[in-house]
Design a protein around this ligand. Structure first.
Ligand SMILES: Nc1nc2c(ncn2[C@@H]2O[C@H](COP(=O)(O)OP(=O)(O)OP(=O)(O)O)[C@@H](O)[C@H]2O)c(=O)[nH]1
Ligand SMILES: [Mg+2]
Length: 199
């Protein structure tokens, strides 16, 4: 089928691993996941890349995405929006549920080809982000670091200093600066995705 015939759409909002869409073992089915702290801008990045403003729900209130949402982007290619971590106001029991759900996805999903770890420009690497990075490395999962909300840096000097600070904390992972407000970084991020798609 012609990829152009596709309009990005929600496949399912999964609250339990049994609800994850079946993995197609015949076709080369690929998934790209968006990971990071609550409110970092995962759903906004996904929408920008998909070119559809309200595909995934976004909110100024942290804890907006509470399920794992699978979006079909092309015939054998999906974006996967996950709940954020590190949101203090979620009840402890709920936090454990999310952690189990996210880990079930990240550990077991064969079609997961690439994850984005998102860092807020104003915060950089935080403890939970480093934990996630170590976890992905341990499980041999490919990932790319994206710094979100770089429009909050008002000058090139601020941008350069901010990016340098983030680079210093994890020198082996070159981050891509991104803004959902002005679209900076979209092309670079699509280039990274294209590499895994065309492999
Ligand atoms: N200035 C600015 N604001 C952004 C950017 N990206 C997201 N936001 C805002 O940040 C808030 C959170 O964005 P979401 O995309 O919902 O964040 P999320 O990581 O999906 O959050 P959870 O689903 O709660 O984990 C919203 O108010 C967005 O409008 C950006 O690049 N720049
Ligand atoms: Mg979200």
């Amino acid at each position: 089928m012609n990829a152009a015939a596709f309009s990005p759409s929600l496949v399912i909002s999964a609250a339990h691993p049994e609800q994850f869409p079946a993995e197609d073992t015949r076709e080369q089915s690929l998934e790209v996941a968006f990971l990071g702290r609550s409110n970092v801008g995962k759903s906004s990045l996904l929408n920008r890349l998909a070119g559809k403003r309200e595909l995934a729900f976004t909110s100024a209130r942290p804890g907006c995405t509470q399920t794992i949402n699978f979006f079909q982007i092309e015939e054998h290619f999906r974006f996967v929006d996950l709940p954020g971590y590190g949101y203090a106001r979620v009840p402890v029991g709920q936090k454990d549920e999310w952690k189990k759900l996210i880990e079930a996805y990240l550990a077991g999903r064969r079609s997961l080809a690439l994850s984005f770890i998102l860092l807020d420009a104003r915060r950089g690497w935080m403890e939970k982000d480093l934990e996630l990075k170590n976890w992905l490395e341990f499980h041999n999962r490919r990932f790319q670091v994206v710094v979100t909300k770089v429009d909050k840096w008002k000058s090139n000097n601020q941008l350069n200093a901010g990016m340098a600070g983030i680079r210093k904390q994890a020198p082996s992972h070159e981050p891509v600066p991104f803004s959902a407000v002005d679209g900076r970084g979209v092309r670079e991020i699509w280039q990274i995705i294209s590499k895994i798609k065309n492999k």
